[in-house]
Design a protein around this ligand. Sequence first.
Ligand SMILES: [Zn+2]
Length: 92
Amino acid sequence: MVQRELSSIILNNENESVELKQNAAEKLIALNRKHRLEMPKQVGLMICKKCHVLYDTNNSRTRIKHGQLIISCLKCESVRRIGGGPKSHRRR
Ligand SMILES: [Zn+2]
C-alpha cells in the first residue's frame, strides 16, 4: 500500500534526508486528497495542516497546556490544539 510506504519513510528512516521526508509528506497529502483517505494519526501529527511542513525542533513548538497538546508551526504561525482540554471541562 502506497500510503503505508510513504508513512514509513516519514516515520522510520532516521538517516534519510529532510528533503526526502518533506517530499514524502507532500506526496502523502496529495494521495490522501485524491483518494479521500484518512491521514494515519501518527504521521498527521508531524505535518502542518496549513503549510505542509514536516515538524522538527527548529520549525515548531510543542507545549502541553491545560491538558492539551499544543503544536505551533513557526513557519506559517498556525496553532493546533490536540486533546480534550482541562479535566474540569470534560464530561463525566
Ligand atoms: Zn505551518
